[in-house]
Design a protein around this ligand. Sequence first.
Ligand SMILES: [Fe+2]
Length: 306
Amino acid sequence: MIIENEEQLTQAVLEETKRTKDPRAKEILQALIKHLHAFAREVRLTEKEFNQAIDYVTALGQKTTESHNETRLIAGSLGLSQLVCLMNNKTPSANLLGPFWRANAPHLENGASLIRSPTPGVPLFFHGRVVDKHGTPIAGAEVDVWHASTVGLYENQDPTQAEWNLRGSFTTDKDGKFSFRSVKPAGYPVPAGGPTEALLTAQGRHPMRPAHLHALVYKPGFKTIASQVYSHDDELLETDAQFGVTKALIGHYVLHENEPAPAADVKGPWWSLDYTFVLEPGESFLPKPPVSAKAAEKARSMTEKV
Ligand SMILES: [Fe+2]
């Protein structure tokens, strides 16, 4: 179609989608074009702003490395990740995968520690359960867990932590239970230095995520879920930079100040947390890991934590 004017342009672009063989791809492309053009019209996008937007999207790819995924990060800060999660999951246990899951974490026995290098923090003893929607225990589920250190860095971002520190994979027992020892996590800022930081700054938003534990629960016959359990006492639950917090995912930690801990080497206060993950029937799959390696020593700086 020869283009005559602005009004007719959108129709010309839509005409070119008609040969798309995959019906779902065609549906998505047509909606994308309609909404993208409507968006530009609504804000009367200037040429200067369009060029800024091109640079902005380009930077998402340029900032992404094998130890950092800027595109997934900004999807979270725009609320798109949480929207897709809520639209596609019935179980309240499902949540964002986040940008820091690594595949093939070392398998650990129930009760084992996630700590592989000196990690300050108050000891945590976590007891998890995996059940179906009727509350029936699911035995033999694989549960990957991972969390940031108390200085707010995952091991793949932090050359001072041993590889796989604060990560592990567990198998639920006949009662659907799994357990591990670690330290109570702290909140942390999302990585700076890229388009996501620019977005947050422009909006006057802080870059923090409230403290949380990540889990990925996998069992054939059930839909694989990523989950995050948030600390009930974190002041930033309502302003998570990634919009991940939902009521069902707030974990109620219990502080033990004058009780013997489950491990003899713990002399002071310790935390415990019980949490139950609910799976729904569906397809089990392993997601593509957003990151695949630990950051090299040279790659880290205070402004770019990747
Ligand atoms: Fe996280």
